[in-house]
Design a protein around this ligand. Structure first.
Ligand code: FA5
Length: 343
């Protein structure tokens, strides 16, 4: 048999086997068998170098034609086979392209931080500066300069975490911040709020934590009166809780203010939680406040005969609980995403 006859036979056999291959795996096996490194077709093409010179050209041309026509047929059949197997796969495993995708959950601002920023922004709009002051305080600033000398009975209002260093404690309220601000600004007028963490050695309940935030505020200047305090607090409460809110002032006692008051806001009767939150009174306490005691003004470097001032202190966690009907203060620091994700 001549080389040309052998090539013709190889072409026939390869075409027949290609015809018989009915899936992708069989097609690829066919390709390896004839066109792989040791493939029969490649071997047949290599024969050209062993032929007499006058036959080489014709054999080479024929060989290339056979190669091209077989490879074209192979590519076409492979493409058809791939398409068919994709369709079969889709039919067997239906894909619902209308299903919603998986949402990526993005982080968010903690509700305590959000409310704190909201409160700061309201006071900033009213011309207050926002200050931070230290959480580890000395006894003098947390108590004495706020008109509570050692053994003053009012100290019992704030159960205190003391450190091992005598006279150093975790601040029980943000009021010592008043002293820092006064010392920085006296004798000039000042309007400032001081947000921050406080600590009390108390039993933890649904309404009380050992660590919680407060926002302190103080305004000092000539002729500051109780009317200014009332106006400021009313404007604040209306911004935070709605334009319809009324405030109510009750007399109270704090050693660093005189007179001292506690401030309530009226709670919407249509709120289903109103009775529980206000214990049936319709009023809800949001802060302690008062006119700054002359002794405290003096301790801060002001002359109480020249200036007067008011101060207030509120608990943003309690306020947030009201705003969002949260019934347990412990939720704030638990970091339970089911709680935090609701805001
Ligand atoms: C004070 O701490 C005073 N320094 C407030 C003040 C400032 C009065 C300036 C006058 C002038 P009181 O102990 O009531 O007051 O606390 C103020 C607010 O902090 C409370 O109304 C409450 O909202 C919040 N608070 C107090 N204790 C806790 C606690 N254990 N957990 C969560 N919030 C608390």
């Amino acid at each position: 048999m001549t080389a040309n006859e052998a090539l013709a036979q190889l072409e026939q056999r390869a075409a027949a086997e290609l015809h018989a291959a009915t899936d992708e795996a069989a097609l690829r096996a066919w390709n390896t068998k004839f066109f792989g490194e040791k493939g029969e077709m490649n071997a047949a093409l290599r024969l050209v170098s062993t032929l007499p010179a006058d036959q080489r050209k014709a054999y080479g041309q024929d060989g290339n034609r056979v190669k091209q026509s077989l490879l074209t047929a192979y590519e076409q059949k492979l493409a058809i086979e791939k398409e068919a197997s994709l369709l079969a796969n889709l039919a067997a495993n239906p894909l619902d392209v209308t299903l919603p995708g998986r949402t990526m959950s993005a982080g968010g601002i903690h509700i305590a931080t959000r409310v704190m920023r909201e409160i700061d922004a309201i006071f900033a709009d009213m011309g207050f500066q926002v200050f931070r002051s230290r959480e580890v305080e000395d006894d003098q600033t947390n108590f004495e300069l706020l008109n509570m000398p050692p053994h003053h009975p009012a100290r019992d209002m704030w159960d205190t975490f003391h450190t091992k260093t005598p006279g150093v404690l975790l601040r029980t309220h943000t009021s010592p911040g008043q002293i820092h601000v006064m010392k920085q600004f006296a004798p000039n007028p000042v309007r400032a709020v001081l947000p921050g963490m406080c600590y009390r050695y108390e039993a933890i309940t649904t309404r009380s934590e050992i660590q919680f935030e407060q926002v302190e505020g103080l305004v000092i200047g000539p002729n500051i009166t109780m009317a200014d305090l009332k106006g400021t607090i009313t404007a604040f409460a209306r911004r935070l809780f709605g334009q319809e809110r009324q405030i109510r002032i009750r007399s109270s006692y704090f050693p660093f203010t005189e007179p001292s008051i506690e401030v309530d806001i009226d709670w919407p009767k249509e709120d289903p939680n109103a009775d529980r939150l206000t214990k049936g009174t319709g009023w809800l306490e949001i802060m302690g406040a008062g006119m700054i005691h002359p002794t405290v003004l003096r301790n801060g470097g002001y002359d109480p005969d020249v200036v007067s001032g008011f101060a207030f202190g509120m608990g943003p966690q309690r306020i947030t609980m009201l705003k969002h009907a949260i019934d347990d203060i412990r939720e704030f620091w638990k970091n339970d995403l089911r709680f935090l994700g609701q805001f």
